[in-house]
Write a new protein. Structure first.
Length: 165
């Protein structure tokens, strides 16, 4: 946690990038959201010319700028779904990818992102197993995927989970 705080205090906005819906991002990380960083960068680059872009052009430029931000990041913060998307799209060598709400991820959702990151990337899974488990259908439960990856890992490797206060 101290290293993440150090990165957040650092001057470079591309050190830590948070993916996700703005309404679900903690206020401390809102300034680091990929969308905000991309829009701020475009405003700096284009100035008043940004108002002249058609909506589809602006959306394309924002998407390109978000990709640029992710390529330059050292740490990515995201949810299990976002982690899969990032791992599929980018082959960057980040220092770490922090997966929030990891206790809600089924095994396929949790393991997928691990295949897309380099071996030197630390994967940190964060979540509270007492709040909400994985949302799965009864059909999926019949195949043994009714529990989260977190629960299965915690049972298989006692002591791997740490409770932080």
């Amino acid at each position: 946690m101290a290293q993440l705080r150090d990165l957040l205090d650092h001057d470079s906005y591309t050190e830590v990038v948070r993916l996700g819906d703005r309404s679900k991002i903690l206020p401390a990380l809102l300034e680091r959201s990929a969308r905000k960083l991309a829009v701020d960068s475009l405003v700096l680059q284009l100035g008043d010319n940004i108002k002249k872009l058609r909506p589809d052009e602006l959306a394309r430029k924002i998407s390109q700028e978000e990709s640029f931000m992710l390529e330059g990041a050292r740490v990515i913060c995201t949810t299990p779904a976002g982690a899969q998307n990032v791992a599929d799209r980018f082959k960057s060598q980040w220092d770490a990818i922090i997966i929030d709400q990891a206790t809600q991820a089924t095994e396929p959702a949790a393991l997928g992102p691990l295949f897309g990151v380099s071996k030197s990337t630390k994967v940190i899974m964060v979540g509270d197993p007492r709040i909400l488990g994985p949302g799965v259908s009864n059909h999926v439960k019949t195949y043994g995927y009714g529990q989260s990856f977190w629960e299965r890992l915690d049972r298989a490797v006692p002591g791997i989970s740490r409770l932080l206060k």
